[in-house]
Design a protein around this ligand. Structure first.
Ligand code: FES
Ligand SMILES: [Fe+2]
Length: 399
């Protein structure tokens, strides 16, 4: 690790430019952060059936997540214990057994090697199962952790679940998945996601639906207080957890957070006009005005779940200068495409926000990769969450 780089970091400021481009730093991040944290892998509904699997990259390691015959979920390194071929080669599929395409070594869903043709009598199959990874699942979300000593999964679950459990993501279907392939470092994407200082100038659609930018607007103080009070009472009667109902996106835990926020008065969901984009509500809601359940992790995940659709994001760092952002849009399992929703209309709001964000990221990328870049100070309140994120990151990189 290039210690010199950390020495040039000034708390309260952004990271030095080398943190966005240096392959050595990227390799350390893969090791210390992505192979050593709960990484958002995808949705339970993507692997709902027995034998359903999905593959992904976690910190440079190919991983397969698979549902067994009893409904249990397993994660393994997707690397054949013979000569290292990928075992599952498709992004998603269903398989009674996991068969390596190279020489047909065959593994059970639990990773045990159950067939290895012509390896002879003395060959120890027991010792050649797929390497396991930790997997955790709650409220329709799947996380994997490649560490041998992972942080307790319940810390994440216990914090996010009170906000997300009511959103019906276990009884949903995927309306749309879209991959954004970005030529920027992954931290540029996460840092941008941690503040709304930029919203007023860049996200007119977002601002017209949410209160994020109005928390310090005296003209809206009364409206926000009234809206919060009314929503809290109504949501509590509907059985929702209202302990974290607010219009702030302040961090509520060390590396993850969750809250529920109302959308603007007269609006019910995150859509261009604030009105429903899917006729069938999720989670059996009968009242469409349930706000947005928001959550994120410092690693690779964020979520905005509304009454009629949920939007989630999985970030995969590919190289120091390339990041793939996978965006999901979920609707209730009973919603019918064409009758109840149009996938493009479901995606319109967040696609617009993300497109604006990617433009921001690309412009910033030009500057931070320039030899004359010097990180400036964060705004005390408006960028407090970016500052917290960067401090957390520096802590993880220097521990
Ligand atoms: S590499 Fe998988 S069976 Fe040979
Ligand atoms: Fe943004």
């Amino acid at each position: 690790m290039n210690v010199h780089c950390l020495n040039t970091y000034r708390p309260g400021h952004g990271l030095p430019g080398s943190f966005y481009t240096d392959p050595e730093i990227f390799a350390e991040e893969q090791r210390r952060i992505f192979r050593n944290s709960w990484f958002f892998a995808g949705h339970s509904i993507e692997v709902a059936g027995r034998g359903d699997y999905l593959t992904l990259d976690v910190g440079g390691v190919p991983v397969v997540v698979v549902r067994d015959q009893d409904g249990g979920l397993h994660a393994h390194h997707n690397i054949c214990r013979h000569r290292g071929s990928l075992v599952c080669t498709k992004e998603k599929g269903r398989a009674a057994r996991l068969v390596c395409p190279y020489h047909a070594w065959t593994y059970g869903h639990d990773g045990r090697l159950i067939g290895a043709p012509m390896m002879g009598e003395g060959f120890d199959k027991e010792a050649h199962g797929l390497k396991p990874a930790h997997v955790g699942e709650f409220d329709g979300l799947i996380f994997v952790n490649l560490s041998e000593t992972p942080s307790p999964f319940h810390e994440l679950r216990d914090h996010l679940s009170p906000v997300l459990a009511s959103q019906g993501m276990t009884r949903a279907k995927v309306a749309l998945i879209r991959d954004y392939d970005l030529d920027v470092n992954w931290k540029i994407v996460v840092e941008n996601n941690r503040e709304c200082y930029h919203c007023e100038g860049n996200h007119h659609g977002y601002v017209s639906v949410q209160y994020d930018t109005e928390n310090d607007n005296p003209a809206l103080k009364g409206e926000i207080a009234e809206r919060l009070g009314e929503c809290r009472r109504r949501w509590e009667r509907a059985g929702l957890d209202v302990a974290r109902v607010n219009t702030s996106s302040n961090n509520t835990a060390e590396w993850f957070r969750a809250n529920r926020t109302p959308v603007r008065k007269g609006m019910v969901t995150e859509s261009p006009d604030g009105q429903l984009v899917c006729k069938v509500l999720m989670a059996g809601f009968t009242d469409p005005d349930m706000g947005t359940a928001r959550a994120n992790t410092n690693i690779n995940f964020w979520c905005h779940a509304n009454s009629d659709y949920a939007h989630t994001v999985r970030i995969t760092p590919v190289s120091p200068t390339r990041t793939i952002v996978r965006a999901y849009w979920l609707v209730d399992e009973n919603a019918v495409e064409g009758r109840d929703y149009d996938p493009e209309a479901i995606a319109a709001f967040h696609h617009q926000v993300m497109s604006e964000d990617w433009d921001i990221c690309r412009r910033q990328w030009r500057g931070v990769t320039s030899p004359s870049f010097e990180p400036g100070p964060y705004a005390p309140d408006k960028e407090a969450n970016v500052d917290r994120y960067v401090r957390w990151y520096v802590g993880r990189m220097s521990a």
